[in-house]
Design a protein around this ligand. Sequence first.
Ligand code: CP
Ligand code: NVA
Length: 298
Amino acid sequence: MRHLLNIESLDAAEIKQILARAAEMKHLRGPHPEAPLAGECWALLFSKSSTRTRISFEAGIRELGGQPIFLAANEIQLGRGEPISDTARVLSRMVQGAVIRTYAQGDVEQFASLSGIRTINALTDLEHPCQILSDLFTIIEKRGSLDGLTVTFIGDGDCNVARSWIWAAAKLGFALRLAAPAKFQPPAELVRRAGGDIVVTDDVLGASAGADVLYTDVWVSMGKEEETAFRLAQFGGYQINQAAVAAAGGTPLVMHCLPAYRGKEITSEVFEANAGTIFDQAENRLHTQKAILTLLAP
Ligand code: CP
Ligand code: NVA
């Protein structure tokens, strides 16, 4: 593996290798004794806000012996119109890897191909692979395995997080249910192309019935702020609440990638009752990304 651009292009063996390495990183914790990124600088090129992804990559790169350089897109010439293609070719002369959070998936792919340096997708409009790899690790940590599990995603079924779930389910063979309003369901063509055991519905309680994991994400993703009023009207009810938990059978893992908006995609009550899981999930970003950073071939 040279880059981590999406889950769509990973195979099951690569995903399992990342998950196994994440367990090693979590067990090891803290500064890595072999400093596998010693002598390396990694650019973190972010066009969107971030708490977890930014901090876990900055801390993780340091713990692996490397040096992160955070670059807010609007503070470099990229923000004034310099093309990503030129940015890629400049950075490739100066740093050994890049972690990119932006809008267009094509920009991350173009950066990877033109720079040639190791490139990690830290969220685009199409996928959030580091999040879902970390979430898979969290589920295995808490339930032992993904085999035979049903994951139910409630909310914006066509967002980056939902799409990465679709690819993860298709590659690893667990069941995925997506409960989303009709206008926010993933394209049928995408679900067909992914294959696997994936059901898309507008029925929250039906999708939650018997679920092992209930998962949600914000109703208004970054970049969609202009649609806020329309989205709030559409998404009412597409929420993890007591009724969804009860439908799942009472003891599902309740997960949220964060940031969370209480009273919108999850109730405050259900969030706080599951805060242990949700913040373990956030912590596991660090361990999983350290795994990815050490698995990409220089
Ligand atoms: N879940 C996640 O990616 O959080 P940030 O936007 O804070 O990085
Ligand atoms: N779907 C959300 C994920 C945030 C981590 C967004 O893109 O804003």
